[in-house]
Design a protein around this ligand. Sequence first.
Ligand code: SF4
Length: 191
Amino acid sequence: MNLSQKLHSILELDIYSKNMGFNQTCLVLAKDILLDERVRMHCQVNLCGNYHNNLMCPPFLPSLSEIRLLIKRYNFALLLQLQPSITSKNKEETLEIFSKTAIQLNEMLISLERKAFASGFPLALALGAGECKLCEDCIVKHGKTQCPKPGSSRPSMEGMGIDVLQTCKSAGLAMHFKEGELTLAGLLLID
Ligand code: SF4
């Protein structure tokens, strides 16, 4: 595929993602994805409880230096956001909406990754939001390290050490975490 065909196919993927229902999308250069050691440190502090408890979270993911090399092998990326409306002020209900939206986001990203594969980008890679929620209990908690759902489980952007807020901000995409507003972001890396 020459550059002009490639750009055409990527713009088609962008349109496709909008039609899928993403609220915001933005095509960026892969070199503008910001990695930050402090994000990985936040994983290690383990406020979310998923460090060492989910195969799609650290320490089961590559090191930041390996991820830097990996991202360097891509040229472009689509930043994709879902912004569910939060009608309740109840914390538990808000967390439930977050979880459901994260699952929806990851499903949409996997579909987009497959679409990218069919469009001539066999190495396209989707990164979602939050820990993998495909199993009630991640298999790693039972001492196993081989994910039974490799076709649909993907690491999150933050788990890969990406500064999601700054990357979105630099691309001109807002992240809302105010009362009544929520933003979840994902990424499709394209070679
Ligand atoms: S699919 Fe299941 S086993 Fe694989 S990472 Fe997700 S939760 Fe863990």
